[in-house]
Write a protein that binds this ligand. Structure first.
Ligand SMILES: [Zn+2]
Ligand SMILES: [Zn+2]
Length: 148
């Protein structure tokens, strides 16, 4: 584990090796809600003017993922890595009500799944995305029920 400001320094070191588009995208990405490339393009254009294209966004996101600073959440878009630190295989818990995408390290789970599947199904870039209702929204549901 790293102290909070050490994590910050690590991020800064990784970001320093990347282009301007990646650094700007990293600022726009959230660790809790996934964003689609078209959405990021619009926000980047607001920030920098018309010089940015969708391919700038895709290249920037790819560089961020290679540096371990962002992840793609299947069907939902991109998030900033919430775990940082060492290499990990993320699992995302995506809330159907508010869209929040919580990240968990599922390295061990994916390894077990690979062992079970063997050669029947090969998925080198496997990531887990679970849909459901987050704790915050569950709380809101409960209070709705209590009120009614
Ligand atoms: Zn991560
Ligand atoms: Zn929620």
């Amino acid at each position: 584990m790293y102290a909070r400001d050490e994590v910050h320094t690590l991020e800064q070191a990784r970001l320093a090796g990347l282009g301007r588009a990646s650094r700007d995208l990293y600022q726009l990405l959230s660790a809790t809600n996934a964003a689609q490339p078209a959405d990021l393009l619009r926000r980047l254009q607001c920030k920098r003017g018309g010089e940015v294209t969708l391919s700038t966004v895709h290249h920037g996101l790819l560089a961020l993922m290679r540096a371990g600073l962002a992840h793609r959440v299947a069907h939902h878009g991109y998030v900033r890595c919430a775990l940082g630190e060492a290499a990990h295989t993320p699992a995302f818990l995506v809330c159907e009500a508010c869209g929040a995408a919580g990240e968990h390290d599922a390295s061990g789970d994916i390894a077990r799944l690979r062992a079970v599947l063997g050669r029947r199904f090969v998925s080198p870039g496997a990531e887990l995305v679970l849909s459901g209702i987050c704790a915050r929204c569950q709380g809101e549901r409960v209070s709705h029920l209590e009120a009614g």
